[in-house]
Structure formats: structure tokens, C-alpha cells
Ligand binder design. Structure first.
Ligand code: BES
Ligand code: MN
Ligand code: ZN
Length: 506
């Protein structure tokens, strides 16, 4: 199912010498015909300058313009509007590269080259460009037996000025790995739940670890029971498919004993809601309720391929949430692996249950800093829409480390509170807590539930319910799975450990 990977290369030669079918450059608002693009205008017999003059090309974000050129190896040149030069960021650049490559793909142009300009640091720009170009090669229609979407480009070139040494080659490779791993996560999210059961998710994780230097351990029901993960087992009871816990480790030789980054991802391969069943409308979307798990698995692959210097543990609890004859029911009380008891109010609040056991397990395996990623609540979508994930956690320093990393990686997120009032909403008459705090602040009470299981370990929770799946196409993002959080989690393993907090009061 993995499509043929495109050939990627850096080019340092003059634009006229670059062997491709389309050269694309970003153009900023109000910059006229810039000096470094005069050669494209010459090769296009003045067509570029005329289009700018006529206001056909204004540099508005994501507008594209294409013209033939003669005397160059490439037969065409395109401009893509980049907005005001003052607003240019790595994230804008990544999106522009995707827009350009998607546009080329629709025109069935198979070899494209991106002209790096705009004054961002060269290595970061090459990396983000490569990520963006690769994100445009994803195809969502893998189950079509007839005519499929236009094939993705097979050759991608990034044109840079000849200055800049081997770090640009490394940046290209880094972008390739992060782009490919984002697409692998999108592929997993796109799989229907009849194909991607918890068992198959674990097998796919196994295959993705193969040859990367990662070690993987897959816990079956017996081992899950032996660890007393009563919350995960409670959710899995309603399904004929057995649960799994996928444990992936990156242990680079010579890495310091601490920190140990613990990545935990929700792996619900289908969420019917269980006995508190969801309405039929849109329920098919719940096949991507394992997007957090996919992000962790694919980020672990990137972390290994990129040789991150610190230890990382990935934990993905995988199960279906089904209303079978043995399913958990409202009023049931479950006991978690850490001994806390939970009264089930709503069987559709299943993500926090399986994550509770998984957060405990990641700590018992030695994680010193936790990040969990989950399509956890519709309430986070009500709060922030599809524009950003919700980020929670403590201490603030750890939240800030993850937030900044996410911003640079192109996974926007916005901070949300964990007030004591939210703990009050989780009080139970019979047990330590209930699993649903009701409608008010639904994303916050879900996060506050998880906090009980993060205990004294620095912890961040990303609620990606709104960002894992694009409901409508944007210029830089087709409908479907987005691959959210893969790059964030992978880049976190490269943050200077000196900026990791040492405890909750740091
Ligand atoms: N997987 C859902 C959350 C979700 C909703 C993801 C929409 C993506 C899009 C989660 O398991 C869920 O059902 N949450 C409930 C919690 C409620 C019962 C407390 C919700 O958000 O309604
Ligand atoms: Mn649910
Ligand atoms: Zn769910």
C-alpha cells in the first residue's frame, strides 16, 4: 500500500539548468518583479513581469500563476502568492510548498522544483519545504478500483543558492522523513475499522518499526489483564476484537538515563460510543479515533530514523468501543492499573479511560515527561473549531515547550486551563471519580481526568479531535486525515533536555 516514494534532491545550479518540468517560486505582496526572479521573466519572454504589472499576480496567499519558459531545462515556471513578506514564517512556507505541489499534481506534472526565497534560515526553510512538498503526495483513495486521483509527482527538487553546506542536505533528509512519517499516519487514520482492528494496528506498528532500530512490545489481553489495566479492559469488553497495548522504545546507545520522553496516543480503532451509542450521522468518521495512536507510532519511526539523542517510549492503548453483550454499562465501576476507581457515566467517554491506564504504564516504564495525543472530545472542537488543537498540562514550562515545538512543526495548538473546579465536576458518590463531567467545559474536564493519571510527572495533553481530520478542503490541505502531531512529537525528541522541567514546581 505504500506508494513509490518520490526522488528528492537539492539543486544549486542556475535556475535555467535545473532538470525538472515546473519551477515554482513564492512571490510576496507588493514586491513587484524581484531581482532574483528577473531570469524567469526573461525566459518567459516578459510574461512574468506583465502578469505582475497587470495585477494578475499580486502575491495574495496561495494564488498561483503559471507560464511556459523557453531555453531552460524546465518548460514552465509558476509563482505562488506568499502574502506579505513581513508575515512570512516556516509554517507559511510549508503550506505554500504543499499548495504548489498539489496544483502541479492536478496538472499531472510529475517533476517539480521549488525555488527557495524569502529570507528564512536556509536549513529550516529547506526542511519545511520538503515536508510541504511531501504532504502533497498523499492519496486518500486507496480503495478505489477504478480511476484514481492524479498520481503524485515522482521527482521533487529544492533549488537553493550555492552557499550553504551539508546542513542543507541534512535538512532535506529531515524534511523527507518527517513528511513521509506524517503521510504514514494519514494512511493509518484513513483505514476503515474493518481493516484496521486493534490487532492489525499493532501489526502495522510492528512493520513500521522494522529496520528502524526501534524495539516494540505488543501486549495482548492476558498481559493487559496481568497489569490490571481495568479501564482499557472495560472499554474493550463490548467488542469481539481483543485490545492491544503497543509499546515502542527508542534507546539510543549512550543516551542519558533521563529525561525519558513518554508519548501516549489514543488508539480507538472505532468509537461507536458503546452502550451510550452515538447518533448515526457522521459516525463513520469515528474510524479515525486512533489518530493520536497513529501520530505516536509514526513519530517514533521518525525519531529513530532521525537518530534522536534522548530516550523515548511510545505507548498506544488500542481497542474498539462497541455496544456488545458484555459491554460496560453506565453505572459500572472500573478499577484502573494505578488503583483508582471510576464510575462510568457515559460509555462514550472511553478515550480518557484507556489513556488513564496508558499514562500509568508509560510512567511505570520510566517516562519522566509525558505527552498524550488524543481525539478526545467534541467539546474541544466547539471551543476552537478546526483551527487549532487544545493543549493542557503542567507545569506551564512543559506546556510551553510542547506548544512552541508544535507551532514550528505546523501543528497549531492553544492553551486551555485545568482549574480545580473541573475536578469537582468529576466527583462520584460511589467511586473515586466519574468518567464524564457533563457538557460544561467538556474538553477541560476530560483533561482534568487524565491529570489524575499523570500524577506528579510533567505532562501535556493535546486534544486533536478538531485537527485530525479535515472536513473541508483548504488550499494546503485536502479533505481527510491530516497527520497532525507527528512532526510535533518527533521534533520534541530534539528539544534541548535542559529546557525540560525537572518537576511540577519547575
Ligand atoms: N472520540 C470522541 C471525541 C470526538 C468527537 C472526536 C468528535 C472527533 C470528533 C470521544 O470518545 C467522545 O465520544 N467524547 C465524548 C465525551 C462525552 C461523552 C463526555 C464527546 O465529546 O461527546
Ligand atoms: Mn467516545
Ligand atoms: Zn473516542
Amino acid at each position: 500500500m505504500i506508494e513509490l516514494a518520490p526522488v528528492l534532491a537539492l539543486a544549486r545550479s542556475p535556475l535555467s539548468e535545473i532538470d525538472t518540468d515546473l519551477l515554482i517560486a513564492p512571490i510576496f505582496e507588493g514586491e513587484g518583479l524581484p531581482e532574483d526572479l528577473v531570469s524567469t521573466d526573461d525566459a518567459a519572454a516578459g510574461a512574468v513581469g506583465r502578469a505582475i504589472e497587470a495585477g494578475e499576480v499580486r502575491g495574495r496567499p496561495f494564488e498561483t500563476f503559471l507560464t511556459p519558459v523557453t531555453g531552460w531545462k524546465s518548460s514552465r515556471v509558476a509563482l505562488v502568492g506568499a502574502g506579505p513578506a513581513a508575515d512570512f514564517t516556516i509554517e507559511r512556507l510549508r503550506r505554500l510548498a504543499t499548495v504548489a505541489a498539489l496544483d502541479a499534481r492536478r496538472r499531472r506534472i510529475r517533476r517539480i522544483g521549488w525555488i527557495n526565497r524569502g529570507g528564512l534560515p536556509a536549513a529550516a526553510a529547506v526542511q519545511a519545504t520538503t515536508e510541504g512538498l511531501l504532504l502533497a503526495t498523499f492519496s486518500a483513495d486507496s480503495y478505489k478500483s477504478g480511476e484514481r486521483d492524479c498520481a503524485p509527482p515522482e521527482q521533487l527538487t529544492v533549488a537553493v543558492t550555492s552557499s550553504g553546506g551539508s546542513e542543507l542536505e541534512a535538512a532535506l533528509e529531515r524534511g523527507r522523513i518527517l513528511g513521509e512519517c506524517s503521510n504514514l499516519a494519514r494512511q493509518l487514520c484513513n483505514e476503515p475499522s474493518n481493516v484496521l482492528t486493534p490487532t492489525v494496528l499493532a501489526e502495522r506498528a510492528f512493520a513500521l518499526c522494522d529496520g528502524s532500530g526501534l524495539s516494540i512490545d505488543i501486549l495482548d489481553e492476558q498481559r493487559i489483564a496481568a497489569l490490571h489495566m481495568g479501564l482499557l479492559l472495560g472499554v474493550a469488553r463490548g467488542s469481539a476484537e481483543p485490545p492491544r497495548v503497543i509499546v515502542i522504545r527508542h534507546d539510543p546507545p549512550g543516551a542519558p538515563a533521563s529525561p525519558v520522553l513518554g508519548l501516549v496516543g489514543k488508539g480507538v480503532t472505532f468509537d461507536t460510543g458503546g452502550i451510550s451509542i452515538k447518533p448515526a450521522d457522521g459516525m463513520e468518521r469515528m474510524k479515525d479515533d486512533m489518530a493520536g495512536g497513529a501520530a505516536v507510532i509514526c513519530a517514533m519511526r521518525a525519531i529513530a530514523l532521525l537518530k534522536a539523542p534522548i530516550r523515548v517510549i511510545g505507548v498506544v492503548p488500542a481497542t474498539e468501543n462497541m455496544p456488545g453483550g458484555r459491554a460496560m454499562k453506565p453505572g459500572d465501576v472500573l478499577t484502573s492499573a494505578n488503583g483508582k476507581t471510576v464510575e462510568i457515566i457515559n460509555t462514550d467517554a472511553e478515550g480518557r479511560l484507556i489513556l488513564g491506564d496508558a499514562l500509568w504504564y508509560a510512567q511505570s516504564l520510566g517516562a519522566t515527561h509525558l505527552v498524550d495525543v488524543a481525539t478526545l472530545t467534541g467539546a474541544s472542537v466547539v471551543a476552537l473549531g478546526k483551527a487549532a488543537a487544545a493543549i493542557f498540562g503542567r507545569p506551564d514550562g512543559w506546556v510551553e515547550v510542547v506548544r512552541r515545538t508544535a507551532l514550528a512543526a505546523g501543528d497549531r495548538c492553544w492553551p486551555m486551563p485545568l482549574y480545580d473546579e473541573y475536578r469537582d465536576q468529576l466527583k462520584s458518590e460511589i467511586a473515586d471519580m466519574v468518567n464524564s463531567g457533563g457538557r460544561p467545559a467538556g474538553a477541560c474536564t476530560a483533561a482534568r481526568f487524565l491529570q489524575e493519571f499523570a500524577a506528579e510527572t510533567p505532562w501535556v495533553h493535546l486534544d486533536i479531535a478538531g485537527t485530525a481530520w479535515a472536513e473541508e478542503a483548504k488550499a494546503w490541505q485536502p479533505k481527510g486525515p491530516t497527520g497532525v502531531a507527528v512532526r510535533t512529537l518527533a521534533e520534541l525528541a530534539f528539544v534541548d533536555p535542559a529546557s525540560f522541567p525537572r518537576g511540577l514546581s519547575d
